[in-house]
Design a protein around this ligand. Sequence first.
Ligand SMILES: *[C@@H]1O[C@H](CO)[C@@H](O)[C@H](O)[C@H]1NC(C)=O
Ligand SMILES: *[C@@H]1O[C@H](CO)[C@@H](O)[C@H](O)[C@H]1NC(C)=O
Ligand SMILES: *[C@@H]1O[C@H](CO)[C@@H](O)[C@H](O)[C@H]1NC(C)=O
Ligand SMILES: *[C@@H]1O[C@H](CO)[C@@H](O)[C@H](O)[C@H]1NC(C)=O
Length: 476
Amino acid sequence: MASMTDKGVFLSRSLAYIFAISMLFLILSSSLLFQSSDNSLLPKSIYNIIIVNKIHETDDQIEPESPPFLLSSCNKSSLPSTGSCDQDKALVKVFMYDLPPSFHFGLLGWKNNQNPNQIWPNVSNLSDIPKYPGGLNLQHSIEYWLTLDLLSSVSPHVSRPCTSIRVQNASQSDVIFVPFFSSLSYNRGSKILGTENKNMDKVLQESLVKYLKSREEWKRLGGKDHLIMAHHPNSMLLARKHFGSSMLLLADFGRYLPQIANVDKDVIAPYKHVVRRIDANDSPSFEERRLLVYFQGAIYRKDGGIIRRKLYHLLKDEKDVHFTFGRASSGGIRKASRGMTSSKFCLTIAGDTPSSNRLFDAIASHCVPIIISDDIELPFEDVLDYSKFAIFVHASDAIKKGYLMKLLRRVQRQKWIQMWERLKKVASHFEYQYPSQMGDAVDMIWHAVHRKICSVHDNGVRRRNRYRMSQMFLSS
Ligand SMILES: *[C@@H]1O[C@H](CO)[C@@H](O)[C@H](O)[C@H]1NC(C)=O
Ligand SMILES: *[C@@H]1O[C@H](CO)[C@@H](O)[C@H](O)[C@H]1NC(C)=O
Ligand SMILES: *[C@@H]1O[C@H](CO)[C@@H](O)[C@H](O)[C@H]1NC(C)=O
Ligand SMILES: *[C@@H]1O[C@H](CO)[C@@H](O)[C@H](O)[C@H]1NC(C)=O
């Protein structure tokens, strides 16, 4: 966990954030007052306008639909702040079940040595927080960062954005959080050991379903207000059929029936990148990135694997292209990191699921992603315009002879630099860390949960615009 932040630095940084955000708000609200004959903008969740503007210039602002104002939090117009957090300030009030440690930190080897009744590590004491294992498991560690963030929301020792707060009374909450580390449980416990006739992951899922169904909080709305994390595509394999009414936190919808998971109710969370995130100040320039295109990934026999193989045959002999197969070992991760930071473009190709951590590795390396995955779901696409920093190519086009190389060779230096500058800005939105910071992945997820609760739907504009860019390059 290299991303554990020094508290002093964090505090001064958050003060700077608060200052910047309040200035932005001041300028924004005055400009709105002056320019608008359309007053309907003002009562609308100002927060939404702010978060959109925090990320984009005004030209790519998308107006959210009017929320139905079901919850008082949907009317919140105060800005999320850091420092002391309370229920009135927070955007989302979250009730978290006190599940036994075997469902969460126990899976990381945490033991409540001092007090057997203690359910959670003391998040004010960094050395009491178990470390998450490195390597590829880390991709799906979303459950770990969100749970730590909720725990720290009521700790006076930790400074974080006041976007969500843990509340003790479920009837006063906006959402009920199920702190089961389902991806870790899948990664760690899905093999049958010795004399056990069921694997541990299966046992945990079964007891979770039983637990939830017995709870008043679940019965009240049939789980509709529950937030359940299942980021690994194979996690919750048995239990998921019970969670069709809940809000799921997923990597994509690839292995789900649409009646269980869909974009109307669920939230897509980024993978945690496994390559090192490069600093914006020493990101290699256009000239320093000597490779044109980089791809390193597993080869699959199923579905998307066909595309990977076809592309391999099309690209393998091209100049300035690195295209190899192989799963990354830890040495492989270092090599991939070097490869991506010395390439202008990085391919994200559908594998056995539409999403992969390749996209987030590319973003962390400031390597312009070329997304070849027609069914990919992108995190925060309602507030982030991916077409400003990534190029989408239809799979059917990408496998045409010469298409991809022609497209990439036509992207001019100036255009590439624009996308690279944007990447350097948005990279922080994909960063998981503890304590959480304003606008990082954890914070963005809470905001996305809030938009979902208030039914501020993604109106699909971004999705329709995805392929604009590649058409433009080819028609020029
Ligand atoms: C939210 O605001 C709208 C209009 O400003 C108001 O009509 C509605 O009653 C408010 N809802 C809640 C739950 O506060
Ligand atoms: C948690 O850790 C902090 C900092 O080390 C300490 O001040 C506090 O007393 C601890 N809380 C409990 C409940 O042990
Ligand atoms: C912090 O946690 C560690 C490990 O659980 C413990 O040994 C240490 O005493 C704690 N420190 C404080 C100040 O509570
Ligand atoms: C929880 O909140 C409800 C509604 O505000 C209240 O009636 C109830 O007494 C509260 N329960 C506890 C244990 O505080």
